[in-house]
Design a protein around this ligand. Structure first.
Ligand code: GKR
Ligand code: MG
Length: 434
């Protein structure tokens, strides 16, 4: 097939949006009423559009704006050149720039991801193949996810904030309820698993002292039995001593313990002391981190994330590294909509093996920006979208509405500490707390 006008980038649209997010608790504080995302659309000279979604942050949006001039005129198939040009302009980032928060604060990885996914969406449309085929092809038709539980204050988020919609039913009602103790966590888990059919459960920890969170895991085990794998993620807030003490107590019931402690050296100490596998999206988060990860043995499972590892193809490279060095691979998530979920599903479908089902925050969101509305889960899995490229199209009306939310809400970057201080004055993030 030849393209007379060539698949060259003619336009780049960068749209920050704000999506309703309930008051979820984590190690860094509290989620704001809106989570920020940025939607990128590239359009070729012959009018083919490709889309992507990344975590929202004004600095990243400014950098994306600065990349526009570098991208216009580029052939979407030349992804290696595109990356080279972006690196030439922005320089490289070190692992240290990731920061101490549970999420990644680098810029360049997000830009690579935004540009690469949108280009691959276009390549898929041109070649009439789904993105999964561009990653080497499908290993599975349905990609399984885990329930992702959060401690939370009562509230629906968005305009309602800490209030609730009394007319909500089912999961939409359960999502508004408070979850501040093990019994409420079990109630949340039952409602989420009923709605989405999840067959594994992750609890976001680091919100309460470890005894309470370990008791929640024990309560989940009692409620769901031994066939439902359980994971706990304190986001590196525990000391080595705490992690070993509670890790040993949970040894018989945890599938894996995620980032109990901060840094590869501490993770390696805990890993030597426990039989439970350790997973991370905090200590081994870039290719620069891999040599030391292997040298010290900091984790058993790396939680990939195409937004943080620089795109889908980089995530496949990571999968190869994990295979070579005997690491498991799963997937990390942050608050997101359907463009990200579609990309996660294409990647998940291409992964050589799927021992550990993937994370997603999707049940916590109610907004959507893709035509046809929210993607469906069946028995905890999402079917690989059928169409070419990502297989999802932008709903421009919904995008415009969520962009208005962004302008109205006044948030420009995620800061869970500030949100928590609105509820608990003087509350401070501590990189290690218990
Ligand atoms: O959404 O509060 C959250 C999570 O804490 C998120 O920011 C983390 O990056 O899900 C993440 C994790 O697994 O650490
Ligand atoms: Mg984590």
């Amino acid at each position: 097939m030849t393209h007379k006008t060539g698949p060259r980038i003619k336009e780049m649209y960068i749209t920050p949006i704000a999506i309703v997010d309930p008051p979820l608790l984590n190690a860094a504080g509290l989620h704001a009423p809106y989570a920020l995302r940025t939607v990128v659309e590239l359009v070729t000279e012959d009018g083919i559009s490709g889309i992507s979604e990344i975590p929202g942050n004004k600095d990243i949006d400014i950098a994306l704006e600065a990349s526009r001039a570098l991208l216009i005129g580029k052939d979407v198939f030349q992804l290696n050149q595109i990356r080279h040009v972006l690196e030439g302009h922005f320089g490289t980032e070190t692992a240290a720039q990731r920061g101490e928060a549970p999420w990644d604060q680098r810029k360049l990885v997000h830009i690579f991801s935004a540009v690469e996914v949108a280009c691959m969406d276009i390549i898929g449309k041109i070649t009439e193949r789904p993105v999964v085929d561009l990653l080497g092809g499908k290993m599975r038709d349905h990609v399984p996810f885990s329930a992702y539980l959060f401690y939370k204050f009562e509230g629906a988020g968005g305009e309602l904030g800490f209030n609730i919609d009394p007319n909500a039913t089912g999961w939409a009602a359960a999502r508004q309820a408070s979850a501040l103790n093990p019994a409420e966590i079990v109630t949340q888990a039952k409602a989420m698993c009923k709605e989405f059919g999840f067959q594994s459960i992750k609890l976001k920890g680091g919100a309460f002292e470890p005894r309470q969170e370990v008791d929640a895991i024990i309560a989940l085990r009692e409620a769901f039995g031994p066939d439902v794998p359980l994971r706990l993620d304190p986001n590196a807030l525990w000391t080595v001593e705490t992690a070993i003490k509670y890790g040993k107590e949970m040894e018989p019931i945890l599938e894996y313990l995620e980032d109990p402690v901060r840094g590869q050296a501490n993770m390696a100490l805990v890993r030597k002391a426990l039989k439970t596998p350790l997973a991370t999206n905090m200590c081994t988060t870039s290719f620069d981190d891999i040599p030391n990860s292997i040298a010290v043995g900091s984790e058993d499972i790396i939680l990939s994330d195409h937004h943080f590892w620089g795109g889908l193809r980089s995530s496949m490279t990571l999968a190869g590294i994990c295979e070579t060095f005997g690491r498991g691979l799963s997937m990390h998530s942050n608050s997101h909509l359907g463009i990200s979920l579609a990309a996660m599903v294409h990647l998940g479908a291409a992964l050589p093996s799927m021992k550990y089902v993937l994370d997603t925050h999707y049940p916590w969101q109610s907004d959507e920006i893709i035509m046809g509305g929210r993607l469906k889960f069946e028995e905890g899995s999402v079917a690989v979208p059928q169409g070419p490229g990502l297989g999802v199209e932008l709903d421009r009306e919904a995008l415009a509405k969520l962009h208005q939310n962004y302008l109205a809400c006044g948030l420009t970057k995620r800061d869970d500490e500030i949100e928590m201080q609105k509820v608990v004055p003087g509350w401070k993030f501590q990189s290690v707390r218990w």
